[in-house]
Design a protein around this ligand. Structure first.
Ligand code: CA
Length: 234
């Protein structure tokens, strides 16, 4: 995929007049763009690693809300919804289904670009090279794939590392087993619910102080897992 210097953005908008102007403004700012006009075409691209997704709420085939939910099953990319509905309820609904921001039509392309940049700044700020938790008890070097427990390096498999990264980047957020399977796929993973459980069990042996009372990867009964380590200050 052709990536712009500022990132790659998927634009899902059925009105060509709008998508053209959005694309023009994004390209001017150094973003690479991919534009599609239907929800179905957007679905086909969801395994590509976009930095941000601009999503029209009113599409001819698939409802924007539904598409947003589907994207969230596999991607953490910020989503900005475009909508003609300006009611408070719709805003809240849009954010509740996983959208990060909301722009009401008619909008100024400049404002949209400013919001795109704000979302990307927020995302990039949270991606640190070394993550450290619980007073340095658990550290993860995200570039070199090195993890240490209480100062001693611990060797994780690529799948274990990936699961830990997904969870630890969003402390407190609950991930379902299905979400984890989808997000880990592409890392040599054959996914079934119980396979995730097996990986988590092995991961806990390597990072937890007490596996029966885990302080980092907690089970959320009936759903999946969440990360409960406490991030250290810089
Ligand atoms: Ca539309």
């Amino acid at each position: 995929m052709d990536t712009g210097k500022s990132g790659t953005i998927l634009v899902v908008e059925d009105e060509k007049k709008i998508s053209d102007i959005v694309e023009l403004y994004l390209k001017r700012e150094g973003f690479a763009t991919k534009v599609v006009h239907t929800g179905e075409d957007a679905m086909r691209l969801l395994n590509e690693p976009f930095d941000l997704i601009i999503l029209d709420l009113m599409l001819p085939d698939i409802q924007g809300e539904e598409l947003c939910g589907t994207i969230r099953e596999t991607s953490d990319a910020p989503i900005i919804m475009l909508t003609a509905k300006s009611g408070e309820e719709d805003r809240i609904k849009g954010l509740g289904i996983g959208a990060d921001d909301y722009v009401v039509k008619p909008f100024s392309p400049r404002e949209l670009v400013a919001r795109v940049k704000a979302q990307l700044r927020r995302t990039r700020k949270t991606v640190k090279k070394v993550l450290s938790f619980n007073g340095g008890f658990l550290t993860m070097d995200t570039e070199n794939h090195e993890v240490s427990k209480d100062g001693t390096p611990t060797i994780l498999t690529p799948t274990e590392f990936r699961i830990l990264m997904i969870l630890a980047e969003k402390p407190g957020r609950v991930f379902s087993r299905l979400q984890l399977i989808n997000m880990v796929q592409g890392y040599d993973f054959e996914g079934y619910d119980r396979t995730i459980d097996a990986h988590v069990k092995n991961l806990r042996q390597k990072i937890e102080e007490d596996q029966r009372n885990p302080g980092f990867v907690k089970t959320v009964y009936g759903i999946g897992y969440k990360f409960t380590g406490i991030p250290d200050e810089d």
